[in-house]
Design a protein around this ligand. Structure first.
Ligand SMILES: [Zn+2]
Length: 414
């Protein structure tokens, strides 16, 4: 049972709660279960606390709405925020003690209405706490779960002297971890011989051997301004947290063409769709074709718990998406849930990737502004293993259930 539930059960009545105690127990539960976030949210008649475990939210405990004010006040004091202000968003951070390995908490408070009745205007806050644990995060490329040939190709791309490497995928697909791992790889490879600079919003972790700058739009320290200035800092590798506007895109493409290795992330529906996205940001196709050397599409899927995973029969509608030989060779496995995995059946996450390397036929197709679908076909002809194939391989190996894979990986039988 969770520490928080145990504490709540031990109270003679709900009014006897000591909020400081409850907060400690919630944090401890989250830490022990390896949660990435805690969501505290007023629902109809109670406050619901959920933990994000391996990417999905799971209910932890709920308690009376009356705790709202004290709970929010307590957390705001921890984060040095104005505790009595509940009607505007606030953000802050706090460090917690030895018991939790000194992790950092990033808290966000957002005013919402609560109370069950329609038209009610009882005020509450949705509170989300992100847990950053530098000891648990690994920024080693080898630990991300890339398939061996993808890892080789990605490392080879990273050692190119110039050009642009882009990572793409939806929020929570592991782009940030992968880009940090790429910087760590380069730092270890070149040590003090290389000048590596990063511009980020926000800087999530401080990396050794990398100069990291934090964007601050309020002070007009934007991506374009930071990048222009950075070009005069004699960098060899430039990491741009995210390309999201035409100006940043243009400077990053230029940097890749003028003897720098640029690594960045970009939001796009598909890996090959990144080219169209960049062209929509007014980048000339011929510049794009010469600058971009590779794009990695990423998804994260949850890994079966090793303690409770058992052979199982995947749904027949899913099987119909695969070949007979796949079904014969696959060892389908899924977990029922046990004490090791907080009853979820999953433990940890693993990457599913596709790595598009810019070949000569690809460059020609980009210059001709061919549709994304066509670019994808060329990439496959060029040997790219698609997200779908990579995901199927995970299912086949029994690393994850089919149902979990298809939740994150687009069906794409080319
Ligand atoms: Zn288990």
């Amino acid at each position: 049972m969770s520490e928080a539930q145990h504490y709540l059960d031990s109270l003679p009545n709900p009014e006897a709660v000591e909020i400081g105690h409850l907060v400690d127990k919630l944090l401890l539960d989250a830490y022990r279960m390896n949660a990435s976030d805690i969501h505290i949210e007023p629902w109809n008649s109670s406050i619901l606390v959920r933990l994000r475990l391996n990417g999905l939210l799971q209910e932890l405990v709920s308690f009376p709405l009356d705790y709202m004010e004290k709970l929010s006040g307590r957390l705001k004091v921890m984060a040095n925020l104005v505790s009595y202000e509940t009607d505007r968003p606030q953000e802050g951070h706090a460090q917690v003690g030895q018991e939790m390995g000194g992790v950092e908490l990033r808290m966000s408070f957002f005013p919402v209405l609560c109370g069950g009745e329609f038209g009610s205007d009882v005020k509450g806050e949705k509170i989300v706490i992100r847990i950053f644990d530098p000891n648990r995060r690994s920024f080693q490329l080898e630990d991300l779960g890339f398939e061996p040939d993808t890892l080789d190709s990605f490392q080879r791309l990273l050692t190119r002297p110039s050009g642009m490497i882009l990572l793409t995928g939806p929020t929570g697909c592991g782009k940030t971890t992968a880009i940090y791992a790429a910087m760590t790889y380069l730092g270890n490879l070149y040590g003090s011989k290389y000048s590596i600079s990063a511009v980020e919003d926000p800087v999530e972790y401080k990396l050794p051997m990398v100069s990291q700058a934090q964007i601050n739009s309020a002070k007009e320290f934007t991506y374009p301004i930071a990048l222009r200035s950075l070009m005069r800092q004699d960098p060899q590798v430039i990491m741009v947290g995210e390309i999201r506007d035409p100006e940043t895109a243009s400077i990053a493409v230029q940097a890749g063409l003028t003897g720098h290795l640029v690594i960045s992330t970009i939001h796009s529906g598909s890996t090959a769709g990144v080219f169209a996205r960049m062209i929509n940001m007014n980048i000339e196709p011929f510049l794009l074709a010469s600058s971009v050397i590779g794009i990695m599409g990423l998804r994260l899927i949850r890994k079966n718990c090793v303690y409770c995973a058992q052979p199982y029969q995947a749904d027949s509608s899913l099987l119909s998406l695969t070949t007979e030989s796949f079904q014969e060779e696959a060892s389908f496995r899924a977990g029922d849930g046990c004490e090791h995995c907080a009853m979820t059946g999953f433990e940890g996450q693993i990457s599913v990737t596709e790595l598009l390397e810019t070949s000569e036929p690809m460059r020609e197709a980009i210059v001709k502004k061919m549709p994304s679908r066509k670019l994808q076909e060329i990439a496959v002809q060029n040997g790219m293993r698609t997200l779908w194939e990579s995901g199927l391989q995970r299912v086949k190996n029994g690393d994850t259930p089919f149902e979990e894979m298809i939740r994150s990986v687009p069906y794409d039988p080319l």
